[in-house]
Design a protein around this ligand. Structure first.
Ligand code: CA
Length: 219
């Protein structure tokens, strides 16, 4: 049975999430502050962490950064208030796998939980994705473009992974947003373009093609 840590200080939300997860067959533990959450998560006894950003003690960002620095690779789904999404995007370079904005429907959270658990279980099977002389090691999260080895941020990694799983295929901004950011982001946001530019800068300008009026493609 999969064990999920719920780091959430609002009792109402913690109880709502716990009830739903238990009904879906998961074992749950609640941590109501950041220090407890960090201690529990470090035990390695959890398959996934649901992490509120606004926690007493260490906030969610600090907890997450600490875990990743200590090489705790448990999948983390962050919960954040809608009005702080932009801060969250910046803060998540610390290594979250996904996030949800409050308020959310339980079914939506459950879908993300299942997806992340599946992805985590599958990760060891395929370790390197390739297209031409571009490759991405899913374990070390390092890319290679020709002879050059490239370090990626967490989001850049997910973005490149998406491209490498669909070589030659045009991906729309909406598809990229929903996959990489997992959230119905402001469609007017230019975050996809910003990250594509960052990838090009690291990998080489011709690595990601713009398909006018449609989106982006790995040639
Ligand atoms: Ca909170």
């Amino acid at each position: 049975m999969k064990r999920i840590l719920i780091a959430e200080d609002e009792e109402r939300i913690a109880a709502f999430v716990e009830k739903g997860l238990r009904a879906s067959g998961f074992t749950t533990t609640i941590a109501a502050d950041g220090d407890t959450a960090a201690d529990y998560a470090r035990t390695g006894g959890f398959d996934l962490v649901i992490l509120d950003i606004g926690l007493p003690g260490q906030d969610g960002f600090t907890v997450l950064r600490g875990l990743r620095e200590d090489r705790v690779s448990t999948p983390v789904i962050v919960l954040t208030a809608r009005d702080s999404v932009r801060d969250t995007v910046a803060g998540l370079e610390g290594g979250a796998d996904d996030w949800m904005t409050k308020p959310f429907r339980f079914e939506e959270l459950l879908a993300r939980v299942r997806l992340r658990l599946r992805t985590a279980a599958r990760a060891p099977e395929v370790t390197v994705l390739r297209s031409g002389d571009l490759s991405l090691d899913l374990r070390t999260r390092r890319a290679r473009a020709g002879q050059t080895s490239v370090d990626l941020t967490a989001r850049e990694f997910v973005l490149l992974e998406l491209f490498l799983r669909h070589p030659g295929q045009v991906l729309t901004r909406e598809q990229i947003l929903s996959h990489v950011w997992g959230y119905d982001f402001d469609p007017g946001s230019n975050i996809v373009d910003v990250y594509v530019r960052a990838l090009r800068k690291k990998l080489g300008a011709g690595r990601v093609e713009t398909v006018r009026g449609m989106g982006y493609r790995l040639p």
